[in-house]
Design a protein around this ligand. Structure first.
Ligand code: GLU
Length: 372
């Protein structure tokens, strides 16, 4: 099989902090020039490319002479604000050599959670691509507090992949790809060249965060691939300093790890629902309800819910968990937490009796439910 990059027409390329800043030693402009020129090569083949670039905090630290990553949020945000300038100046000058315009796009999870802002972001990005501009995306670190932040750019890359319905996500990193174990600790570790995105065993192999300058590790990359696959996009995890890496992928060469999307793409609204909205509560399902959702694609009825957790309002997103603690689905709930608490375990006729009214017979209608 050749690399999916060859046939992709819309790609998201994510470059991590350690690569961009040479392990925190300031922006590596020579490497950035090489990636910009390779991206230009892809564009000349008719592909649209969106770049998700980390490195703001790392570059800010370098510019401010900070030797360790600040812990206080306001200091991290201030460092990101300084570093983002360098990042954008760097990319702008690298692409200018090819006569290509760039655009800075800073997003937070909240921007993607609001349906209106999500649609706005989508049409702005489509317009930029139609105009032949390379959008350069980062998290809006300066305003992103814990509740509204995406947190790492692997996840942001996947959300952007879903947002623009890209065919593929290429994650450039400081490792050769995904290994069966951490190659820095285990000499037996071997490179996984190909797997199915969303395969549970990958999550076990990937472990935790692996770098002092970036925020993601292999696990966030594996999870990003799973997310990207929801809109039908494949993911490649490759060593970013491999010579001509993007051009070679585009020529069909298989480098690093390719995680393929095998399930049908979810409709855009369902992806948005599953990925962008914050989860406000959990419903623990009995076996029958878990089956009905998984196999029969049914709506969720109150009768199948054994426990209600969290505080949520009608219309908010809740997660449906089976008896083994596995997340089966997410969906927009028709009742508040308080009401759900009262009607859990009841048959449809019992709802009126318990609440004095019936809004809907389903707790979550299948049109508002996304299986995971
Ligand atoms: N947004 C952060 C930055 O630019 C990076 C997050 C990450 O490393 O994933 O510094």
């Amino acid at each position: 099989m050749t690399s999916f990059v060859q046939s992709a027409s819309r790609l998201v390329v994510k470059i991590g902090s350690s690569l961009l800043t040479n392990e925190g030693r300031g922006l590596d402009i020579a490497a950035m020039r090489s990636w910009a020129s390779q991206i230009q090569g892809l564009r000349q083949q008719g592909k649209s490319v969106v770049l998700v670039s980390s490195g703001a905090v790392a570059e800010g630290m370098q510019r401010l002479g900070l030797t360790s990553r600040p812990i206080a949020l306001h200091q991290l945000q201030a460092a990101a604000a300084v570093g983002q300038m360098g990042l954008i100046q760097g990319w702008e000058s690298c692409f200018r050599e090819h006569g290509v315009h760039t655009a800075q796009v800073l997003l937070t999870r909240e921007d993607l959670a609001s349906r209106t802002r999500y649609l706005n972001a989508r049409s702005t990005l489509s317009t930029l691509l139609a105009w032949g501009v390379v959008p350069i995306i980062n998290e809006n670190d300066t305003v992103a507090t814990d509740e509204i932040r995406v947190g790492d750019n692997d996840t942001l890359g996947a959300l952007v992949t879903n947002l623009i319905e890209a065919d593929g996500l290429v994650i450039l990193t400081d490792q050769a790809g995904l290994f069966t174990a951490d190659p820095r600790k285990d000499t037996q570790a071997t490179l996984i060249t190909e797997a199915r995105a969303g395969d549970d065993t990958l999550e076990f192999m990937a472990g935790g965060a692996g770098s002092i300058v970036g925020r993601g590790g292999m696990l966030t990359k594996v999870l990003a691939a799973k997310r990207a696959a929801r809109s039908g996009a494949h993911t490649a995890i490759v060593w970013g300093r491999e010579t001509g890496v993007l051009e070679r992928l585009a020529a069909g060469e298989r480098i690093g790890t390719q995680l393929s999307a095998t399930l049908p793409a979810l409709a855009a609204r369902k992806q948005w629902l599953a990925d962008a909205l914050p989860v406000r509560g959990q419903l623990i399902l009995d076996e029958g309800a878990a089956q009905a959702l998984r196999l029969d694609r049914k709506s969720l009825l109150p009768v199948g819910v054994v426990e209600v957790r969290g505080a949520f309002e009608r219309g908010e997103l809740v997660s449906c968990i089976d008896g083994f603690g596995r997340e089966v689905a997410r969906g927009l709930i028709n009742y508040s937490a308080e009401e759900a608490q009262k009607i859990r375990g009841l048959s449809s006729e019992g709802i009126a009796e318990a609440l004095g009214f019936v809004d809907e017979a389903e707790l979550i209608h299948r049109d508002n439910l996304v299986l995971l």
